[in-house]
Design a protein around this ligand. Structure first.
Ligand SMILES: [Zn+2]
Length: 677
């Protein structure tokens, strides 16, 4: 592997519209922090960069919904997340934010460099504009009827009811959520980064030169590149963001995907006047820690931007993780289905390492994984308490009891002792090589295996039975146990920084370096250790049950919100009601409309005539089951052509909370054409 002079570690900028949860921690911040701490302990020159991503439409939407400014939204979450990271021991060298002046300057300069080099395509297109509010509408600001399922509250980018992704032009009866008015199409100019131009270069750089990337990352890149890249707009019509720094671009800002990764550069600039050394010297190794939803931005789009700019280095590796679920359900900010970091820190004071341990031991490194409170409890009770805590406690207590806390000298060693001593450096090497290749779960397992070994060594040698009969042997056993303890404080430090600091204080071990680990002479004979204090304590069932209960309440609240019946409609006059001609009819024939999934073509006898009605009920009824059924229809609805078939009328159905349809059927059979009133 190439030897680099320094390392630049970036962690995905969390979006400042909500708090940090365990999914973020397991996916990005814990691995990035472990890796950074490891490099620092090896004496490497390393910077760890992060900050809040503060632009984009979700933030302006949240501000609008809460009746506050976007700045107030980002101020709230920036402070909250910065504090939570710091209390949790995520040791960034800087936690900056993209609303800072230095970021505005950096992002503007970056845009201008590309602009002046002619790297952008300028293109006009028609986009929805709200004339009342005098602004262009982002996709999320437009609502209308979904053409697929008829949901009247579909967004311009997606229908949340049927899950179809949409573009604003697909919506029937679009309306602006800003003013409620009907938007009009208006021409607007934007700048595009021609990603297609960089495709051949990206193919070589990733698919040929970076075969060592994790398979989930490499695979996603390959699939994007195989599909072919398209030019991508770098600007938007919005009033919250970094203004596009060219003439005639008033009211336009940089698209958030363009400005956010530049935030890494700005934060480094803010941190050190030496920032260019970290960003422009090919002897710097840049690593992006991100979640899988960010792979395309960090492996394809940002590198294309950096390549277009020309003076920056590219990432050496992007060790993205998959997603963490919570109690078998997808973590969701909007559904409040998460374990929030700031709440954890309140509910479990002083237990940062327990969560760091659980999330690393169970990290979604190669596939999605699940966090459960029961697993959290069991990792704590049967691993941290029963193995690590138990071992070091016995080593310290026995040394204090037998030798007044002075490290005894090692006498003659037997085969077992020698095996154990040799395993110390072997397990250290294993931990290192797993960390070097971003296998954090395996690295933690290797490091914990040293504690397992120590625990077993004490159980096998039983020094408490020998203290009277063979004091020489006890000296050797306790010396070896203490050397293991000292080694643990080094190789577990990146994972469990709080507990290892505490343990080093207990054994009076000062400054440590990674290279010290593996030594069997870390504590010299005669060295005075302190009293043993518990490193971890058992977590009882009631504590865990309270957390599970909290989640169950969330689940209930979500279900209640979901069950909510639609609000009442405006009053209509009796005259208006009588204008509707609602009648009974019998289904004579029914068949699926070809090439559709939802439509049935029904031939019905409605007393007045025999007619065709096309209805979107195919998902709920087999055509054969309808034949002969008496149903209710609106007979005088204006005829409509659906999939080339003229439909005269509408079948009445009742829709339940899950969107399931039931036919409205007369309780007793009655003549076709009976008026329903
Ligand atoms: Zn839909």
């Amino acid at each position: 592997m190439k030897k680099f002079k320094r390392h630049l570690i970036t962690s995905a900028l969390p979006y400042a519209n909500g708090p940090i949860h365990i999914g973020h921690l397991a996916g990005v911040y814990i691995p990035s922090d472990i890796y950074t701490r490891y490099l620092r302990m090896r004496g490497e020159d390393v910077l760890s960069i992060c900050g809040s991503d503060e632009h984009g439409v979700p933030i302006t939407l949240k501000a609008r919904n809460e009746g506050i400014t976007p700045k107030q939204v980002v101020d709230r979450y920036h402070e909250m997340n910065k504090k939570a990271f710091s209390e949790f021991g995520i040791s960034f060298d800087i936690y900056s934010r993209t609303s800072n002046k230095v970021h505005y300057e950096t992002a503007s300069d970056f845009f201008l460099t590309l602009y002046n080099k002619g790297e952008f395509i300028e293109k006009s297109s028609n986009q929805y504009y709200d004339e009342e509010a005098a602004c262009f509408l982002a996709d999320r600001y437009i609502m209308g009827t979904c053409p697929h399922c008829g949901n009247e509250n579909a967004y311009g980018d997606q229908c949340e009811k049927c899950g179809t992704s949409l573009s604003p032009n697909d919506l029937i009866n679009p309306r602006s959520t800003v003013s409620g008015s009907k938007p009009v199409l208006k021409e607007t100019l934007h700048w595009y980064l021609p990603l297609d131009k960089y495709e051949p270069w990206l193919k070589k750089w990733i698919l040929e030169d970076h075969k060592e990337w994790k398979t989930n990352v490499y695979g996603q890149c390959k699939s994007w590149l195989d599909q072919g890249l398209q030019p991508r707009a770098v600007s938007r019509d919005l009033d919250w963001g970094v203004p596009v720094p060219v003439k005639g671009a008033e009211g336009k800002v940089l698209y958030v995907w363009f400005d956010a990764p530049i935030g890494y550069i700005s934060a480094t600039r803010e941190l050190t006047p030496d920032w260019e050394k970290y960003w422009k010297d090919p002897e710097t190794r840049m690593i992006h820690f991100i979640g899988k939803d960010n792979i395309v931005f960090h492996c394809i789009i940002f590198p294309a931007m950096l390549n277009a700019e020309g003076s920056f280095i590219l990432p050496e590796n992007v060790p993205a993780n998959e997603f963490l679920n919570l109690e078998s359900d997808k973590i969701s900010t909007s559904r409040n289905w998460a374990v929030w970091l700031h709440e954890y820190l309140e509910d479990f004071p002083g237990k940062q390492d327990v969560l760091r341990y659980t999330l690393c031991a169970n990290a979604p490194e190669t596939k999605d994984n699940d966090f459960t409170w029961k697993d959290f409890q069991s990792r704590n009770n049967s691993e941290l308490v029963a193995i690590l805590g138990n071992f070091v406690n016995r080593a310290l207590v026995l040394t204090n009891n037998y030798f007044g806390g002075k490290v005894p000298a090692r006498g003659e060693t037997d085969n077992y002792d020698n095996e154990v001593l040799a395993a110390i450096s072997k397990l250290k090497e294993e931990t290192s090589s797993n960390l070097d290749t971003f296998k954090f779960r395996e690295a933690l397992k290797s490091a914990m295996n040293l504690a397992r070994l120590g625990n077993k060594y004490l159980a096998d040698t039983e020094p408490w039975k020998l203290s009277k009969t063979d004091p020489e042997r006890v000296r050797t056993i306790m010396n070896i146990s203490l050397q293991i303890t000292a080694n643990l404080t080094i190789i577990l430090e990146p994972f469990l920084p709080f507990s290892m600091k505490k343990l080093r204080a207990m054994i009076n071990l000062g400054e440590i370096k990674w290279s010290d680990a593996g030594s069997t002479e870390l504590l010299a004979p005669g060295h005075q250790i302190g009293k043993a204090d518990l490193l971890f304590e058992k977590i009882e069932d009631d504590v865990i049950n309270r957390q599970i209960e909290k989640l169950m309440l969330t689940k209930k609240a979500n279900e209640a919100a979901y069950l909510k019946i639609p609000p009442a409609k405006d009053t209509v006059s009796f005259d208006d009601f009588t204008k509707l001609d609602i009648r009974t009819a019998t289904v004579l024939e029914a068949e699926k409309v070809p090439k559709t999934t939802k439509l049935l073509k029904l031939k019905v006898d409605c007393g007045l005539d025999t007619r065709i009605i096309v209805s979107g009920i195919a998902e709920f009824f087999e055509p054969e089951s309808l034949i002969g059924k008496q149903i209710s229809i609106i007979a005088n609805l204006e005829p409509r052509k659906i999939k080339g078939i003229e439909s005269k009328g509408m079948i009445l159905t009742a829709e339940d909370k899950d969107g399931k349809l039931s036919l409205v059927i007369p309780a007793d059979k009655t003549g076709n054409g009976s008026v329903i009133k």
